[in-house]
Design a protein around this ligand. Structure first.
Ligand SMILES: [Ca+2]
Ligand SMILES: [Ca+2]
Ligand SMILES: [Ca+2]
Length: 141
């Protein structure tokens, strides 16, 4: 069952709403929890005990809930997020290192979705931005 973390200003205005994603990002057969708490960090937690496996600060707000998928076809999942400094990141889900980063013309405030939308056998990353446009990124850019 999906769950999200919401933060509110004093009163009722929504301040932040992010949803973690759970999956086996390092291939050891045990799930990790990937979440960006309010701020600029992405955290990978041990799904069994909540211990931090890795964390990374993007120096920019993350309003984006992450996606976990093998977008380059190497058998290992990438963690995909958008950041408020106009970037879409694909991270090595095992250690948080950068696989690639793509610059958008606007803040990547949406949450990415991954699917093979052109049916070429390779996944695209689709994400909405603050300029009210939706971008589909091909891995082979
Ligand atoms: Ca794991
Ligand atoms: Ca991969
Ligand atoms: Ca495709």
């Amino acid at each position: 069952m999906p769950f999200c973390v919401s933060a509110f200003y004093a009163g009722t205005a929504l301040y932040w709403n992010v949803c973690p994603i759970i999956g086996d990002g390092d291939g050891d057969g045990h799930p990790e929890v990937y979440i960006s708490p309010p701020g600029s960090q992405m955290l990978c937690l041990n799904g069994a005990n909540g211990n931090l496996k890795w964390g990374r600060d993007f120096q920019s707000y993350i309003y984006s809930s992450p996606a976990l998928a093998d977008i380059d076809g190497d058998g290992k999942p990438e963690l995909i997020i958008g950041t408020n400094n106009n970037a879409v990141w694909a991270l090595n889900a095992e250690d948080g290192s950068t696989s690639w980063v793509y610059a958008l013309p606007s803040n990547a405030t949406g949450s990415p979705a991954v699917a093979d939308i052109d049916r070429d056998g390779k996944a695209e990353v689709v994400i909405g931005a603050n300029n009210l446009k939706v971008y589909a990124l091909d891995y082979d850019f």
